[in-house]
Design a protein around this ligand. Structure first.
Ligand code: SF4
Ligand code: SF4
Length: 68
């Protein structure tokens, strides 16, 4: 099963991964802050992930892990 994981406390909420994803899997949280004080990316639509890794390649903070 494809699985995308956000390492939340590494994330600075820049949104690049949300824009990079072709399947609208990711979203920026509107409800909670991470330890750094940012609204982090979260996995809003996990079933849609195709494990293409576009999000992980885009993330400047290596905060995304992909498992196939
Ligand atoms: S691996 Fe691809 S489909 Fe899955 S969340 Fe990242 S960009 Fe979207
Ligand atoms: S690209 Fe990385 S730092 Fe930016 S919102 Fe996504 S997970 Fe967070």
């Amino acid at each position: 099963m494809n699985k995308v994981t956000i390492l939340e406390d590494w994330c600075k909420g820049c949104g690049l991964c949300v824009r990079a994803c072709p399947k609208a899997v990711l979203a920026i949280s509107t409800t909670h802050l991470n330890k750094k004080g940012y609204y982090p990316a979260e996995v809003a639509n996990p079933e849609a992930c195709i494990a293409c890794a576009a999000c992980a390649r885009t993330c400047p903070d290596t905060a995304i892990e992909i498992e196939k």
